[in-house]
Design a protein around this ligand. Structure first.
Ligand SMILES: [Zn+2]
Length: 323
């Protein structure tokens, strides 16, 4: 499926809400003095192993989004039913920001970097807990060797830098070639172009310092960590498959943004899915793979710590069971 401007615009049909975000989010992201203005307390973390890798999920924070945003093309009653089937309240949904820290023999790797305390709207920010929590674990930002970037949306890249200097000064920042290519374009959509501009501003300090390394879809970016292009949410959205000593973990990133809604019907698309049809096909394919291979999975926005298993449920739907 081609990434046409028409397809792209379809995914950002957020109307007035989108216009508000376009102005407030992008402006807030571009203000260096707005980055983590207050250092929050450390937050929850969850530690497990995948073969020889130590995997720690750290909670940068959470955002609240209207439930309709998670299933733009669904009947509200159907979304209510999906939530109630999982014993979840209807109404605004909390989207957790689960950051994976992977420690190998010689590396400390982060997958995405959270919102870094940026105020997205009139509400006080509930994020920026990643670095305080790393420090609680005895890890300084300078100890991080690699940052893998799944895609360019603010809840994943706001913590890369403060637009002046990288927040992880010694790290190599890994970005997929298709996502990089997309960041060189404009779409004509105010919200999408605001995201592109802010991502470029956040990446600039590392681009200037030659700290960004582009990878190709399906590359083994780091030994034992394979990139898988999962396009649709964004044109270069990438998920990561960890493999070590016969154990594996598939980090779904934003393939499914809500553990109940997005899995109940993978054809329901999220307001931020840039290419909805492609996002849906990618979502179904990865959920089928996780089910068939009984893969341990992780979701960036699944309820903390967001690690578990996928199984089939109902007519073409899926279910997430926490590990
Ligand atoms: Zn996200």
């Amino acid at each position: 499926m081609s990434i046409s401007r028409r397809n792209l615009l379809k995914g950002f049909g957020l109307g007035a809400m989108g216009a508000v975000w376009a102005t407030s989010w992008s402006q807030n992201l571009l203000r260096a003095d707005n980055h983590a203005p207050v250092k929050p307390a450390a937050s929850a973390f969850y530690r497990t192993t995948v073969g020889a890798f130590q995997v720690t999920i750290l909670q940068d924070g959470a955002t609240n989004l209207d439930q309709s945003l998670f299933a733009v093309n669904a009947a509200p009653e159907a979304v209510d039913a999906a939530l109630m089937a999982n014993n979840l309240p209807t109404g605004p949904q909390s989207a957790t920001l689960n950051i994976a820290l992977i420690e190998t023999a010689d590396r400390k790797i982060l997958i995405d970097t959270g919102l870094n305390g940026i105020a997205l709207d009139a509400n006080p920010p509930n994020s920026g807990k990643l670095i305080p929590t790393l420090e609680l674990l005895g890890i300084a930002p300078a100890d991080i060797t690699d940052v893998l970037i799944s895609h360019h949306h603010p809840d994943h890249v706001a913590g890369l830098s403060d637009t002046v200097a990288p927040l992880y000064p010694n790290a190599t920042y890994h970005l997929s070639q298709p996502e990089y290519d997309f960041l060189q374009t404009t779409t004509g959509n105010e919200l999408a172009d605001g995201f592109i501009a802010s991502a470029n501003a956040l990446l600039k300090p590392m681009m200037d310092a030659d700290q960004v390394q582009l990878f190709n879809p399906e590359d083994e970016v780091i030994p034992g960590i394979q990139a898988i292009l999962a396009a649709g949410h964004t044109p270069g959205h990438t998920v990561f498959l960890l493999n070590s000593e016969g154990s594996s973990l598939l980090h779904l990133m934003d393939t499914a943004n809500h553990a109940a809604i997005s899995l109940a019907n993978p054809d329901w698309y999220m307001g931020f899915d840039a290419i909805p049809d492609m996002a849906a096909a990618t979502r179904r394919a990865l959920l089928e793979r996780a089910t068939n291979e009984k893969l341990l999975v992780s979701g960036y926005h699944f309820p903390f710590p967001g690690i578990g298993y996928i199984s089939m449920q109902g007519e073409g739907g899926f279910r997430f069971t926490p590990a």
